[in-house]
Design a protein around this ligand. Sequence first.
Ligand code: CP3
Length: 345
Amino acid sequence: MAVKIEKSLLRVLGGEVLAMPPVWLMRQAGRYLPEYRATRATAGGFLELCYSPDHAVEVTLQPIRRFGFDAAILFADILLLPQALGAKLWFETGEGPRLVPIVTRDDLERLNPVEAIHDTLAPIYETVRRLTAELPKETALIGFAGAPWTVATYMIAGRGTPDQGPARRMMYDDRALFADLIDLLTLATIEYLARQIEAGAEVVKLFDSWAGALSGSTFEEFALKPAQKIARALKSRFPHVKVIGFPRGVGGGYEQFARTGDFDALALDSSVPARWARDVLQPDVAVQGNLDPMLLVTGGAQLRHEVERLQEILGNGRWIFNLGHGITPEADPRHVEELLNIIKG
Ligand code: CP3
């Protein structure tokens, strides 16, 4: 007899349309929560938080306890994988991530082989195992990784950049070096996510936050193809795993992602028109999104208006409620409460 799936997120990813969509928020564990700031202070720093299963489990559970979201996302960061590959990583307070940049073929060849990543990443797998045991039975667990292109933009520039200029420049200037880096990241991402799935992640999400900086044939070669390769490899090893793609900012490129059939859902950034998503994407794939995160800073009538508008347009198809990007540190937890009241009635 088939086991009935209870978790609403898994139901929608499995093709069902629900009267009330599952809800979770990108960056739901984060600085807008006082309890997160307290745990982070105890841990000492952001990376210490990520690599301590005690603390990482605690901050992953905080938004679940407070709001009862339908899914928890593993607390970690997309830059832990390049770190495990040997790219030195640190966070500058108030500024963001820094890495020793990959500029030459020698830099690439000095990185660790894919098999070596699991030593560094073992605490992350332990966090997933503990969450699997501790989460409420109705709450799905999402693992994640950065997509190769987005991770490469940080590795090549050594930091976040406004236009991903250094990575785009290498892509055109030294195609072979760039393509080898993308291939390495694609293989490493498959192994990293496979371990998360073995540890208990039921869903994995691939964050391609800077996919919108690709254009022409490079969108297909460096965003679409690696994402497909990762999704297919994981599904061939783990037929039941669900994969969410997030090619942020690709506009009409979302349609190409939907047509592949390789993703169970696509996370939409806030610029994607809901009616277009309903007509063009939802027939082929579940969609997730895409409220403007600013509305959780401001709250009020505009928040209600925009949430109800999304419900009206996307609510008759496969839909997971989320923001179009991560919740910001300025968001007010009371507005998150308000949001849940609007959706869950
Ligand atoms: O969503 C979640 O709650 C899970 C945890 C998560 C984090 N980062 C924690 C985090 C996830 C899924 C990410 C993904 C991530 N990390 C992305 C892709 C998603 C996106 O936002 O586009 C990117 C580009 C990164 C890299 C990164 N990590 C940057 C650029 C920064 C600094 C900017 C910032 O917001 O401070 C981080 C730090 C980071 N990752 C924080 C959190 C909670 C803030 C760290 C802190 O506590 O100071």
